[in-house]
Design a protein around this ligand. Structure first.
Ligand SMILES: Cc1ncc(COP(=O)(O)O)c(C=O)c1O
Length: 429
């Protein structure tokens, strides 16, 4: 495939580059003009790429383009009917509209449901009173965890690329972010032996997440055993974001870190109803594991939120304790989509890796377009194909050179996306 160099770029690419530069300039000017300048911690955050994509998407829709949106990991498969029914039924009851209270009936039942779910799924025992903490979605909990633990001279270790709140939470909390580069050659597992002793001395937390967003990598129990041994040796807290616990397409199911003996001494694990139960709007997630860590997270949250709508907690109980067939069906649907989309991309000459888990495809930008940044390439796909994707740079510096597709549209739309992408890949051929 011939490679496009910036000088020989298709006119629409140069236009896109100009537009993106203008947008960045406007953003800088907006910040400088602010009557009440934002705190430094906000200025230190990287640009939130999804908001740029949202703008571009809105613009494309205004222009009448039929957008195929594979940008955000926003599941299109709805929650199970029994979960929605429970939400509606409980939402009708006035008592469920009062503030949530730790000693209330649903508040106790939901932690018991979480512990029972863990036992069934991973054969892990948790004390529902102290080793489980419900959250307003897992993103909130992950961000608040950094706030609860990081001082200005504490280092938090985060693989790169990563789900953005892993590093943005650290920046917001004012801690020091140390990135561990991930590579395809190592199966996107972090090489902890590359971290020097001085960094290890100052390191307080390590974030990991498998099945992994955005790389789609999965990890086995051996990996978690090594992580637990390492963390106990250096006394570092392990934060395992387990949002995609159900999303493994081949081989054994994904293990919980707590299947490793003594992991509770150093680890917490985060879960969400957003992916497995197709319920990102419910805002229900939970953390489990080390009781002292969870107590500090709960304490932080006491100062900033008032808990979870009770009707949502009742619905969460239904999700976790009711039939799990819908979860299996959803994972199966995502697998079928993968099996349509990945061979489709390969047929048009884009040799992407077959994901083992999650519902994403992590794709290296074709060589011909490697002169473009991932944001430029994502913008090109949007303009020329009406296909929205997430630029890899949004997941940290090591995500540059890649884009991420979220398979959150049905198979016929994915086939259509492949057809449109083919036109872009043939540009200037
Ligand atoms: C790895 C990972 N963790 C957490 C979340 C956030 O989930 P929630 O909806 O529970 O905040 C996401 C959402 O995309 C994710 O990909």
């Amino acid at each position: 495939m011939r490679r496009l160099h910036p000088r020989s770029l298709h006119p629409s690419i140069t236009q896109i580059q100009r537009r993106l530069r203008e947008r960045e300039k406007l953003e800088r000017e907006r910040r400088n003009r602010q009557a009440f300048p934002e705190a430094h911690r906000l200025r230190r955050l990287p640009l939130y790429l999804f908001s740029i994509l949202d703008e571009l998407k809105a613009q494309a829709r205004r222009e009448g383009i039929d957008v195929i949106d594979l940008g955000m990991g926003d599941p299109d498969i709805p929650p199970p009917k029994h979960v929605i029914d429970e939400l509606v039924k409980r939402g009708r009851r006035p008592e469920n509209h009062r503030y949530s209270r730790k000693d209330g009936e649903v508040e106790q039942r939901v932690t018991e449901a979480i512990a029972a779910w863990y036992q069934r799924k991973f054969h892990v025992s948790l004390d529902p009173k102290t080793e489980v903490l419900p959250l307003l979605g897992s993103k909130e909990g992950i961000a608040h965890l950094s706030l609860a633990f990081l001082n200005h001279d504490d280092i938090a270790l985060v693989p790169s690329p990563a789900y953005p709140v892993h590093f943005n939470g650290i920046i917001l909390a004012g801690g020091i972010l140390y990135s561990i580069p991930l590579s395809a050659e190592r199966g996107y597992l972090p090489d902890l032996s590359t971290i020097n002793r001085e960094v290890l001395k100052m390191a307080k937390m390590l974030f990991i997440s498998y099945p992994n967003n955005p790389t789609t990598a999965v990890a086995d129990l051996k990996f978690f055993k090594e992580i637990v041994a390492w963390a106990r040796k250096y006394h570092i807290m392990v934060v395992h974001d387990f949002a995609y616990s159900d999303f493994v397409f081949e081989g054994p199911r994904a293990p919980s870190i707590f299947e490793v003996p003594r992991a509770k001494e150093i680890a917490v694990e985060f879960h969400t109803l957003s992916k497995s139960y197709g319920a990102p709007g419910l805002r229900f997630g939970f953390a489990a594991g080390n009781r002292e860590i969870l107590a500090s997270l709960a304490k932080t949250k006491h100062y900033v939120d008032f808990g979870i709508f009770r009707a949502v907690q009742w619905a969460a109980i239904q999700a976790l304790t009711g039939p799990q067939d819908d979860v299996r069906r959803a994972v199966d649907t995502y697998r079928k989509r993968r099996d349509v989309f990945v061979p489709g991309l390969r047929r048009i000459g884009w040799d992407v890796a077959m994901p083992k888990g999650t519902f994403y495809v992590w794709a290296k930008i074709p060589r011909k377009f490697s002169a473009l940044t991932s944001l430029e390439f994502a913008t090109l796909l949007m303009h020329e194909a009406g296909v929205v994707v997430a630029p890899g740079s949004g997941f940290g510096e090591n995500g540059e050179g890649y884009i991420r597709f979220a398979l959150v549209e049905p198979a016929p739309r994915l086939r259509e996306a492949v057809k449109r992408i083919e036109r872009v890949l043939r540009m200037q051929d």
